[in-house]
Design a binder for this molecule. Structure first.
Ligand code: 73E
Ligand code: PLP
Length: 826
């Protein structure tokens, strides 16, 4: 246990004692002090990085008293805390968010101006911490923002990866991954606490023994261990004086190096153990939507979960807390299966360390966990081989076996003689190798299980976990995802925010349903005009950025059609590419005149997992098509394609507010929810989309007239699959599709080399696992409706305003209210 009760003198942090009203003068003072005494430089000699760090540390100071007070309030209050367990947090830049939360934006800008500094330059200096892959990690970041804003006690627990998601560059149109050294210029937002290190054991074996009371017990004799060092970050609520904590763990070797070996001259060997241990938090696995069955990943999972549980039980709860009451003080939300090893870990703590009876421990454990599933793809359901689990975590494997045995006995009693069911519901699957199904463990060990959009939760119940939802119907629920309006509207779209605030006041920032009040403004020509001006200004801002960042020259007055998200076959960037090539083919073949088309600028943003071959081929082809089209005089001024490298939160914040059209075109039943779709709608883009994930709810809310729906729905997909899907038949029967694919295959976009497009084309014609060809014609028809609608720009703007007005539901504040009511009971 760290830190006895401190003497009263040091407990001075109450906002009241601390904080005189911020003024420009005081801010200048603090900033210069940080520069001089923190960075050790004079203003006249300081670099932009010095200035950025000094500014960050200045802003931090303004949050400090609130942070300490929030912590004290939480400890005294004895309230229930949400422990959000997530292997990913895709935070995005911190500076702007901190300035916004503390209402210091104007003061800071003025103060820096007095120092001769443009604050925009310092904002641009920050490297975003990319400690997540995409939607799942960004969701975690939105959720902790909302919890702080709603003053809900929450500790976010995760991993402080030394390298986050790779930086994407393109060479010869191909993706090249560069390590993301986000820490290289210093990281002013984190507070390391090496003195609060936690030891985490691995490996070894178990041993049976009889305890003092004559009970048969098992204990773990670990083989090796590492240390977890916590790094704390502030999570400020929006102007409410609440600052919650994000606690990320970094791995460190128990012993730095072997001095004897070092002295003998074998330097590599001397640090081998250290390197091994520290590899655990070295880098984020760049896989999205599919798990990586690698030993190191299981190490990462157990590492952060063991640290977090220890931290909460030993360091956060009062010293003599009776753990029988644990469910009154914590609910651990499992962000997908990545932290599910926490369930047997809590059992181990309660049974092996605290001496609880199994049944008591199990009762407590199940109340302490809730599980969110984020996927439907069967290949994405995480499993760990029994062999690996036994090698790395032998005691946990034993515990999992016992949980399974008890559970299957229960099932056997309820469904006597139903052997098949028992086999289906077992945590242990036998094929292709004996392995632990983490989603089953999560479901059995949690009080609640939720999907992330209505459709997804339904499919989760019906398709992924039908036996479990039949057995425990009340355990299953839905919480539709949401996004934080602070970052993705207020910060990202300042112009829209001002316009909206002028119209309906600023209550929407923490109560996004107030966007509803905008509805009447859709019929106000003056408001429409201003709204259109905002969109145009956001486009200009984006084009200036893309010019400076990527050397791209984009026309100013085309429809901006955006598809940004991880590159995955189920998301169907391939379908978008077919649409582009078809439009291009129409023009160059003379079937369509340039005068008759609605000019479009297409923007892609997408990282492919480094080992995902077909995804990387798709990136290559998109870049090749972009290069060809952009250089072709015949389509000049009517078509351009941009693929800025390294799509991340920072780029999303510029791209989304500028978009006219949001591409959400996954095969129905595959995208659990999507959150990018929500951000676009809230920023006044219209959606062209399938009946998938949260698109369904977006469409219901904005209305059919304000949404471009296309493609099969999920039952139709299933039906076609059952009938036998033959992509080639679509190729043969659809002339436009055939021309499009043939043009792609011809080498036209790949310098005459047909081989370079062959894999992509063959894959579509022979496999097409996500049925792009089946939805092709419907997609083109919907795009024609988009063109039609866009021609009447005023009517388009009206639809865009209605999208904003009707999508306030997608605030992550609402998601958090749903979790509170349906799951956490906090
Ligand atoms: O539909 C998205 C969803 O919006 C889903 O694909 C994504 O989670 C988002 C937030 O709910 C997701 N990511 C992963 N699984 N689902 C995943 C799986 C393994 C590793 C990393 C991410
Ligand atoms: N990647 C980044 C950088 C994001 O900001 C987001 C969400 O906004 C996503 C991925 C998820 O996008 P989608 O929901 O379209 O998969």
């Amino acid at each position: 246990r760290v830190g006895p009760t401190l003497p009263v003198l040091s407990d001075i942090a109450t906002g009241a004692v601390q904080s005189p009203t911020p003024t420009v003068e005081r801010f200048v003072n603090h900033f210069l002090r940080e520069l001089n005494f923190g960075q050790g430089v004079l203003l006249s000699r300081s670099t932009i990085n010095d200035q950025y760090i000094a500014l960050a540390k200045t802003v931090r100071k303004y949050m400090m008293a609130d942070w300490l007070d929030t912590g004290a309030k939480r400890r005294e209050g004895g309230t229930k805390t949400v422990g959000y367990l997530s292997a990913e947090y895709l935070l995005g830049r911190q500076l702007s968010n901190a300035l916004l939360a503390t209402d210091l934006q104007d003061i800071a800008a003025d103060a820096l101006r007095e120092c001769g500094i443009d604050i925009a330059d310092l904002r641009a200096q920050e490297i975003e911490p990319g400690l997540g892959n995409g939607g799942l990690g960004r969701l975690a970041a939105c959720f902790i923002d909302s919890l702080a804003t709603m003053d809900v006690p929450c500790i976010g627990y995760g991993i402080r990866y030394e390298y986050g998601i790779f930086r994407q560059t393109f060479e010869d149109n191909r993706q090249v991954e560069v390590p993301d050294s986000w820490l290289s210029l210093g990281s002013p937002w984190e507070f390391p606490h090496p003195e609060r290190q936690v030891r985490v054991d691995f490996g070894g074996r178990t041993e049976q023994y009889t305890d003092d009371e004559g009970r048969e017990r098992s204990r773990w004799i670990p083989g090796w261990n590492v240390l977890g060092i916590p790094y704390h970050q502030m999570v400020p609520g929006f102007r409410n004086h609440t600052v919650n904590t994000l606690r990320l763990w970094s791995a460190k070797a128990t012993q730095a190096f072997d001095l004897q070996i070092f002295n003998s001259g074998d330097y590599a060997e001397a640090v081998r153990a250290q390197t091994f241990a520290e590899n655990i938090s070295k880098v984020l696995y760049p896989e999205d939507s599919t798990p990586q069955g690698k030993e190191l990943r299981l190490q990462q999972q157990y590492f952060f979960v063991a640290c977090s549980l220890h931290d909460f039980i030993e360091n956060t709860l009062p010293q003599d807390f009776d753990l029988h009451h644990l469910p009154e003080r914590i609910v651990f939300q499992l962000n997908d299966t990545h932290p599910v090893i926490a369930i047997p870990e809590l059992m181990r703590i309660l049974v092996d360390i605290k001496g609880f009876d199994w049944d008591d421990a199990w009762d407590i454990t199940r109340q302490c966990f809730a599980y969110t599933c984020h996927t439907l793809l069967p290949e994405a359901l995480e499993v760990w081989s029994v062999e690996l689990m036994g090698k790395l975590l032998p005691r946990h494997l034993e515990i999992i076996y016992r949980i399974n045995k008890n559970f299957l006995e229960e099932v056997a009693e309820a469904f006597a003689g139903d052997e098949m069911r028992i086999r289906r519901m077992s945590i242990i699957s036998e094929h292709p190798e004996r392995s632990v199904r983490m989603a089953y463990l999560a479901t059995i060990g949690s009080s609640k299980v939720n999907g992330v959009a209505e459709l997804h939760s339904q499919l989760l119940r019906d398709k992924v976990l039908p036996d479990f939802s039949g057995y425990w119907p009340d355990k299953f629920t839905n919480v539709t995802n949401g996004v934080t309006p602070r970052r993705f509207v207020f910060l990202a779209n300042r112009k829209l925010s001002d316009l909206v605030t002028d119209a309906i006041g600023d209550g929407w920032v923490t109560d996004l349903e107030q966007f509803k009040k905008l509805e009447p403004f859709a019929d106000d020509p003056n408001f429409r005009q201003q709204f259109a001006q905002v969109k145009q200004a956001n486009k200009e801002r984006l084009y200036n950025l893309l010019k400076a960042r990527d050397g791209l020259d984009l026309p100013r007055d085309a429809m901006l059609d955006v598809m940004v998200k991880r590159l995955h076959e189920y998301k169907r960037q391939s379908l978008k590419l077919l649409h582009i090539v078809s439009m291009y083919d129409g023009i160059i073949s003379g079937r369509v005149s340039t005068e008759s088309v609605v000019p479009r600028t297409f923007v892609f943003g997408a990282k492919a997992a480094p080992g995902y071959h077909i995804a990387k081929e798709t990136i290559f082809l998109i870049n090749s098509v972009a290069q060809t089209i952009n250089a072709d005089e015949r389509v000049k001024n009517v078509m351009s394609v941009a693929f800025p490298a390294n799509y991340n939160v920072t780029l999303a914040e510029k791209l989304i507010p500028a978009a006219d059209l949001s591409e959400q075109i996954s095969l129905a039943g595959k995208e659990a929810s999507g959150t990018g779709n929500m951000k676009f709608a809230l920023n006044g883009a219209l959606t062209i989309g399938t009946d998938d994930g949260a698109n369904v709810e977006i469409r219901e809310l904005v209305g059919d007239d304000n949404f471009f729906l296309f493609g099969m729905d999920e039952p139709q997909v299933e039906e076609l699959r059952a009938k036998g899907y033959d992509p080639e038949s679509y190729y043969q029967s659809n002339e436009n599709l055939r021309a499009t694919i043939d043009l792609l295959a011809s080498g036209h976009f790949t310098g005459g080399d047909r081989r370079l497009a062959a894999q992509f084309v063959d894959n579509l014609r022979t496999q097409d696992p996500f049925m792009a060809l089946a939805d092709y014609q419907s997609y083109l028809d919907a795009q024609a409706r988009v063109d039609e609608a866009y021609r009447d720009s005023d009517a388009w703007t009206r639809m865009a305003i209605l999208n904003v007005a009707r999508t306030g539901f997608f605030s992550s504040d609402r998601s958090m209210r749903d979790y509170r009511e349906r799951i956490w009971n906090v």
